[in-house]
Design a binder for this molecule. Structure first.
Ligand SMILES: Cc1ncc(C[n+]2csc(CCOP(=O)(O)OP(=O)(O)O)c2C)c(N)n1
Length: 938
């Protein structure tokens, strides 16, 4: 009981002193408690937490020591109160000390191989807890301290706690709220002193892997002097660690690990963990085929790889190392999305994301917390990520004190309240112990877990970099250090597990095999283009647009009508919000009685028809279920129970249909867009859509757009069919609610890498979405989507337009005039088309044709097919709402002439050049729009 005073023992002492002055000085509950103690009876202390049958929890949730013997078993003749209470208080102090080890022990653990982090533990000194040397040999109950039995001397207790919490592993776990998780970790660690039990074969394996790691780096260092490799030296324990992680994954029922990591040690991982042929790597270093990757490809330490490894448990584990850009940490959400896609096909726990971070980047980059925040969201969870921070205590040339405001680079993960193991990378056995704990924890509790491996960086940021300019003292320490392998060899020799000769032999074998691979690499062609087109990707293609025919994307009338019925049917007893129900019913009503389709109906029918054909759909974005503009209502909520109902999940009366997922996302662009991009990498058969709240905000995810979406095929031969819905249009809503930055998309457009479209009718959106799946061509698709047009009766379609036809890249004018009578062609795109159309009617200008460019990129012969109807020399005017330095003008000026065969002079009308996309004044907007239209007809 007294143990429960925990950190409040000082308060109890204060009360006791008041009680001694006069029992009336304290509250009745405390009086009863002290009276009871004086009589030798056990009385619950006031405010004792309800324990619900579990062992009572102390402060910070640690499992406390049980009641003292003195209080539990009243002696025949009660001793004087002072003795009893003194014993109880001493016990309380011991508990405080114990608790301090659990909570703060990590601060004093010797986790730093450079010895810069303090290891003395003044805070844990006896006197700070009111204890004395004389107490060291007193016996105290030790129930609750794993590994010590029922009783132990204070000396033994301290030795055990120090071994567990302050050796080369410092663990943060008492902040975890869930008592089961905390208790599990505590028992695991205290029962073993937080040491891995390893037999000789295991220690030899660790040594072998350390040797692999070291010899690999030294071999490249010698063979390719000055070449960048981002050496792992100083952090070699990562290799035995990952080796064990894969083994332990196999033993824990895991089928696949998807790894995201940056440059540091990546080549080492590729060869020593993923099993990449070193001959291929050497061929990449030799780089003797300049023609092979002209203008494309990527540096070797960004390339991905995948392989299968049969583990000792007999289970084969598939390993995928994700391709990644230089942009540190941005691969994180991409890996999470990939894992989720794989999990959606199988079991949640059978695929593990493993993210390997640098200490500076982990704390510095905002994408890290964005990704961590996805961890427990239903639509984004991956059942726990294993994080490894390769903490070499420097970022390029920057010291930790300049790169973070926190003690640990992992402190950002405290938001999730998950275990963080700080471990000394020079103690490979400690690294193995935390890896085992981390893997078991992830599999058991489906939560993230963090390993922060303190190590050092033997060279500069890369091997040509001089670190002694900026970290002279640190490198004086590093220069004097034996390698991690050498330290471990000494330890194993000392404990007679290997001889020096055996250790040297392991090194010789490794060196010889690298020599052999090196000479073979020079004699053959081992350079391969990255191959990403196996497995689920087999039926799909990338490359040039022109090679892949368009497909018919119409859907039979009766099918569409039947789907419409299903979409409006609600389950019996469902209390829909009357307004939402009206919106949904109005779709059907408009279609049946007026043959009119608004945008959201076309989108819903595109989804429904694809689902019916078996295509899975995943749509995620901010407020996507209802839709930013309250137009979609993909999920309806029962007004009495709050229960959701998603009509698109119930299209086929129990017959198979594609899975429909729609998620309201976290308020993030980078994290969520990266996640959906990752999801699309593993689901080429699905329609995967990320929706921006407004297109203006998509640039929050610009790194994902630039580094992955636009360039992955060029760099890594990785395709994606991700769709981005980007509300766009000049409607007087100010500079941040107008533009999805078409210009940026078009500047990135080359080699048919992406599709950029701005459909002007609901039917066009319908066909565009269906084409994205029905064509075997997989390319990211950026769609400028409507805002006010959602409710504009002019911008509607007829059912027949969904039944037949296909997406039109260019829409010809429907004017009855003979094309020969046309004096000017306005070429335009998006919402402004409707303004121009109206103006033409008002002005009765039958000499002006209006042609819509529905697909900006890839531009195709479709433009000329339409324009060629007009006489050569006709005035061709590109009209855009955006300022001239934005929108499509610069792109079209550069590329459209190639499609005009010299027939038409091209000029443009736009808003004037501007630093910001739009005005903040509604009135100015309207004036600008009027001037734009006037100019187009002038
Ligand atoms: C987003 C981003 N910003 C800056 C850089 C440039 N850069 C490359 S490595 C590096 C230091 C990384 O330090 P750390 O995360 O500790 O990893 P280490 O190189 O020490 O393993 C920097 C700043 C980058 N690659 N990505």
């Amino acid at each position: 009981m007294i143990g429960d005073f925990g950190v409040n023992a000082g308060y109890v002492e204060e009360l006791l002193s008041r009680y001694r002055d006069s029992p009336q000085n304290v509250e009745p509950e405390w009086r009863a408690f002290f009276d009871g103690a004086a009589d030798g009876r056990a009385v619950e202390p006031p405010g004792h937490p309800a324990t619900n049958g579990r062992p009572p929890l102390g402060a910070n949730g640690a499992v406390p020591i049980q009641a003292t013997a003195a209080l539990r078993a009243p002696p025949a003749t009660a001793p004087p109160i002072d003795n009893v209470l003194e014993a109880a208080l001493t016990q309380g102090r011991v508990y405080q000390l114990l608790n301090a080890y659990r909570v703060r022990g990590h601060l004093f653990a010797s986790v730093d191989p450079l010895g810069k982090v303090p290891t003395a533990a003044p805070e844990l000194e006896l006197t700070n807890f009111g204890l004395e040397e004389a107490d060291l040999d007193s016996v105290f109950p030790a129930v609750g301290i794993g590994g010590l039995g029922d009783k132990a001397t204070l000396r033994q207790i301290i030795a055990h706690l120090s071994e567990t919490y302050c050796r080369t592993i410092g663990v943060e776990f008492t902040h975890i709220e869930d008592p089961e998780m905390r208790g599990w970790l505590q028992t695991r660690m205290e029962s073993t002193g937080n040491r891995a039990a390893l037999d000789r074969s295991e220690t030899v394996r660790i040594l072998t892997k350390l040797t692999d790691a070291e010899i690999f780096e030294q071999f490249i260092h010698k063979s390719y002097v000055g070449a960048k490799r981002f050496s792992l030296e100083g952090a070699e324990s990562m290799i035995p660690m990952l080796d064990l992680l894969v083994e332990s994954a196999g033993a824990n029922g895991v089928d696949e690990i998807v790894i995201g990591m940056a440059h540091r040690g990546r080549l080492n991982v590729l060869v020593n963990i993923m099993g990449k042929d070193p001959r291929e790597l050497f061929a990449q270093f030799d780089d003797r085929n300049a023609r092979k990757f002209l203008g494309g490809g990527d540096v070797k330490y960004h390339l991905g790889y995948s392989s299968n490894r049969v583990t000792a448990s007999g289970r084969s584990v598939h390993l995928s190392l994700a391709f990644n850009p230089s942009h540190l940490e941005f691969v994180n959400p991409v890996v999470e999305g990939r894992v989720r896609a794989k999990q959606d096909r199988g079991r949640r726990r059978s695929v593990i994301p493993l993210l390997i971070h640098g200490d500076a980047a982990f704390m510095g980059q905002g994408v890290v917390p964005e990704t961590l925040n996805l961890a427990r969201l239903e639509g984004y969870s991956t059942g726990g990520t294993v994080h490894l921070v390769v903490n070499n205590q420097v970022g390029f040339t920057t010291n930790p004190s300049d790169s973070r405001s926190t003690r640990y680079s992992t402190d950002i993960t405290r938001m999730l309240k998950v275990p963080v193991f700080h471990v000394n990378g020079e103690d490979p056995e400690a690294v193995i112990q935390v890896t085992r704990l981390a893997m078991e924890f992830r599999q058991r509790f489906a939560q993230d877990v963090v390993i922060d491996m303190y190590c050092y960086r033997r060279y500069g940021h890369n091997e040509a970099d001089e670190p002694r300019f900026t970290q002279p003292l640190m490198y004086a320490l590093i220069d004097a250090k034996p390698t991690v392998r050498e330290v471990y060899v000494q330890r194993l020799v000392g404990s007679r597990q290997v001889t020096l000769a055996e250790a040297a032999q392991i090194g010789e074998e490794r060196r010889a095999s690298l020599e052999k691979a090196h000479s073979e690499a020079r004699g053959g062609d081992f350079l391969h283009e990255p191959d990403a087109m196996g497995g689920v990707w087999k039926p799909y293609i990338g490359g040039p647009d022109a090679k892949v025919p368009e497909v018919a994307t119409g859907v039979p009338r009766n099918v569409l009508l039947a789907l419409m019925d299903r979409l409006t049917a609600l389950p019996p007893g469902f209390h829909a919000n009357p307004k939402a129900q009206k919106i949904v019913e109005a779709r059907r009503e408009r279609l049946l009685t007026h043959d009119t389709l608004f945008w959201e109906t076309a989108e819903t029918l595109a989804f429904a028809s694809l689902l019916r054909e078996g295509t899975p759909i995943r749509l995620s974005g901010q407020d996507s279920r209802r839709g930013t503009f309250s137009h979609r209502h993909a999920v309806l909520y029962d007004t009495k129970t709050g229960a959701p109902y998603t009509p698109l999940e119930h299209l086929t009366d129990g017959l198979p249909q594609g899975r429909f997922q729609v998620w309201d996302s976290a308020l993030s662009e980078t994290g969520v867009l990266g996640f959906e991009y990752g999801y699309s990498l593993d689901t080429p058969d699905a329609l995967v859509i990320w929706e921006a709240q407004f297109g203006d905000f998509a640039n929050g995810g610009q790194v994902i757009i630039d580094q992955f979406i636009a360039s992955a095929e060029d760099k890594w031969r990785r395709l994606s069919g991700l769709v981005l819905l980007l509300p766009h249009g000049y409607e007087g809503q100010g500079p941040e609610h107008s533009s999805a930055r078409i210009e940026r998309w078009l500047q990135m457009a080359a080699e048919d890498n992406i599709q950029v479209c701005n459909p002007t009718t609901p039917a066009q959106l319908f066909h565009l979405l269906r084409r994205q799946v029905r064509r075997p061509w997989r390319k990211p698709l950026a769609v400028m989507t409507p805002k006010s047009l959602l409710r504009n009766p002019v911008a509607t379609s007829k059912l027949e337009e969904l039944v037949s036809g296909e997406f039109k890249r260019v829409i010809a004018d429907d004017l009855a005039t003979d094309p020969k009578g046309i004096k000017r062609v306005l070429l335009t795109s998006g919402k402004v088309f409707y303004d121009l159309y109206k103006a033409r009617e008002e002005r009765a200008r039958t000499d002006v044709a209006i042609v819509r460019l529905e697909q900006y990129y890839p531009l195709s012969t479709a433009v000329y097919d339409v324009l060629s109807a007009y006489p050569a020399g006709t005035d061709l005017v590109w009209v855009q709402e955006e300022p001239s330095n934005m929108g499509a003008w610069y792109f079209l000026k550069a590329h459209l002439p190639d499609h005009l065969n010299g027939r038409f002079p091209l000029r443009f009308v736009s808003r004037p050049e501007s630093a910001s996309p739009a005005t903040g004044s509604k009135a100015s907007h309207e004036l600008e729009q009027q001037m734009l239209v006037d100019q187009a007809f002038a």
